[in-house]
Structures are given as structure tokens and as C-alpha cells.
Design a protein around this ligand. Structure first.
Ligand code: YXS
Length: 265
């Protein structure tokens, strides 16, 4: 498979006031490169939310991988926060969370790393039995960012968060349903129809009320007072991780297609 041209990395279709944004770089397993993420944000911002009342975010049909997560080849190689405020992934998460219409993640296939944060940033998740979800910073020696951890704390029980982060093991679809991570788990054959019905069921609702309730829920759940000294301590701890030899080893091992050997330095 050849790489998708930048203009086609995310396709946008609109029907019956529902916009469908499709991740479309199968050759790179929809890795969240800056180009793909910029296309996603541009697609979201292009929507006239007077006409479009709901968004479905999906991968191209039939792919075994929904998204392979952050483009590892684009992660800063030390001396820079790998998930800083201006990172393209963080910009995309904010664009979804601040869009004044509901965004439904429709998941067929495996979801990795930052793509799990992307799916969790959507307002609802509909998945089929091929879906799985993994968060994988410990595979790279990467210190996940504080905003990202708050996304998980707001959505998953702490014991599950720790198991997922410390094992980096994919959570299967049935377990994602058990833990209420997905709104609905439906058979593959029904996934598109079920998701479209859910979306269209919201298009006739009062858009101003929907938009304001979504924003109220965002600001109320995101509000987490934190003392300046605590924030600075967290940033200092994270810097020690992304400045570590282990982080360099994690990325190198992925690029060299070998198993990483971490030494705690
Ligand atoms: O070798 P070529 O050039 O054909 O490219 C290969 C892979 O290098 C590329 N690719 C990626 N490139 C950049 N970043 C990625 N995350 C990434 N994943 C894949 O896509 C081409 C096909 O990959 P291949 O041959 O491995 O495909 P596969 O079907 O055998 O396996 C699919 C996966 C997803 C199981 C496998 O590609 C994989 O394990 N990818 C890495 C998944 C992962 O660890 N993602 C986390 C990224 S880091 C992140 O999201 C956060 C920062 S954090 O670390 O905090 O979670």
C-alpha cells in the first residue's frame, strides 16, 4: 500500500446533517502524524455546525487497525516534551472536545496509544467485536502528559487505568463494554447502521442546548485545581523521563523493529 496523499488523509462526507470523518492512511495504520492530525482538525473546523449536528469519526472500512496511535517517527527525540500543549495530537483532542456538536467514535479494529486518548475524547464510542484499546507509553519509556492522564481519570476506574498503562496490553471489546468504556458494542455487520441511527437520532434536537450542555460537561469535568508547585513537580518528573536513555531506547527499538531493553536510566 502506498502512502495516502496529504489531502486525502482524512475524508469528510456529510449526509442528513451527520458528518463522517474517515482516517484514511492504511499504509501507516492511520498513525497520527502531524499531517493526518492537521487534516482532522481542518475537517472538523470546516464543518458548518449550523448544518452539521453530529460527527462520526471512523477509520476506512475493513481495516484491522483503527489507528496505530501517535506517529512514533515524529515524536521529539529528547529535550522536548513529547506530548506538549502544541503537539498536533493535543490540538486534535481539544478540537474534538470543543466542537459544539456531539462526536461519535465508530471503532472497527485496534486502537493504540494516543489514538485511545483520541477515541476517549469523543463524546460517545460505538465499537464492534474487532475493537481493542491499548495505551502504550511504557513501551517507549514516554511520560504521558498530565492532561492526557486527566482524560483517563475522568473516564476509567483507577485500577483499570493502572493495569492498562503498566501492562500496555490491549483491552478487548467485551472488556471495554464491561468497563463502560464503549457506549455500545455491536456486531461488525451492524456497526455502521447502528452508529448512523444513533447519530441521526440527535440531529433534530435543539442544537444550542446540545452545544452548551457539551461545553458545560467539558469545563466541569476538566476543572481540576492543582497547586503550582505540584504542577512544576510533575513537569520536572516528566522531564527526567523524556530526557532518559530509556526514552531514546524505546523509540530506537520501534524504528529498528526490535524489542526495547530498558535499564531505568
Ligand atoms: O515499515 P513501514 O514504513 O511500512 O511502516 C510500518 C510501520 O512503521 C508503520 N507504523 C507506524 N509508524 C509510526 N508510528 C506508529 N505508531 C506506527 N504504527 C505503525 O506502519 C507500517 C505498517 O506497520 P506494521 O507492519 O507494524 O503493521 P502491522 O499490521 O503488522 O501491525 C499493526 C500494529 C498497529 C500492531 C503495529 O504497527 C504496531 O504495533 N504499531 C505501534 C503501535 C503503538 O505502539 N502505538 C503507540 C504510539 S506512541 C503513542 O501513541 C503515545 C505517544 S503513547 O506512547 O503514550 O501511547
Amino acid at each position: 500500500m502506498s502512502d495516502t496523499p496529504p489531502s486525502d488523509l482524512v475524508t469528510v462526507g456529510i449526509a442528513n446533517r451527520v458528518a463522517t470523518l474517515t482516517l484514511n492512511n492504511a499504509a501507516k495504520r492511520n498513525a497520527l502524524s502531524a499531517a493526518l492530525l492537521d487534516a482532522l482538525v481542518a475537517g472538523l473546523k470546516s464543518l458548518d455546525t449550523q448544518e452539521v449536528r453530529v460527527v462520526i469519526l471512523r477509520a476506512a472500512a475493513g481495516l484491522p487497525v483503527w489507528s496505530a496511535g501517535h506517529d512514533i517517527k515524529e515524536l521529539p527525540r529528547g529535550h522536548e516534551d513529547p506530548l506538549g500543549y502544541s503537539d498536533p495530537l493535543e490540538k486534535a483532542l481539544r478540537a474534538i472536545r470543543e466542537l459544539p456538536v456531539p462526536v461519535i467514535a465508530m471503532v472497527h479494529g485496534t486502537v493504540w496509544g494516543g489514538a485511545f486518548d483520541l477515541v476517549l475524547s469523543c463524546d460517545m464510542i460505538v465499537a464492534d467485536e474487532t475493537a481493542s484499546f491499548a495505551i502504550t507509553p511504557v513501551n517507549l519509556g514516554l511520560p504521558y502528559n498530565t492532561t492526557g492522564l486527566m482524560h483517563f481519570i475522568g473516564r476509567l476506574p483507577m485500577n483499570l487505568i493502572k493495569e492498562m498503562f503498566f501492562t500496555a496490553a490491549p483491552l478487548k471489546a467485551a472488556d471495554a463494554e464491561h468497563w463502560h468504556i464503549v457506549n455500545h458494542l455491536v456486531p461488525s455487520a451492524e456497526l455502521e447502521g447502528f452508529t448512523r441511527t444513533l447519530a441521526e437520532g440527535m440531529t433534530a434536537k435543539a442544537p444550542l442546548a446540545v452545544a452548551v450542555i457539551k461545553e458545560q460537561l467539558r469545563v466541569l469535568s476538566d476543572y481540576q485545581p492543582i497547586a503550582a508547585q505540584v504542577f512544576e513537580r510533575i513537569q520536572d518528573m516528566r522531564r527526567q523521563v523524556y530526557e532518559s536513555a530509556d526514552f531514546q531506547e524505546g523509540i530506537a527499538a520501534f524504528l529498528e523493529k526490535r524489542k526495547a531493553v530498558f535499564r531505568g536510566t
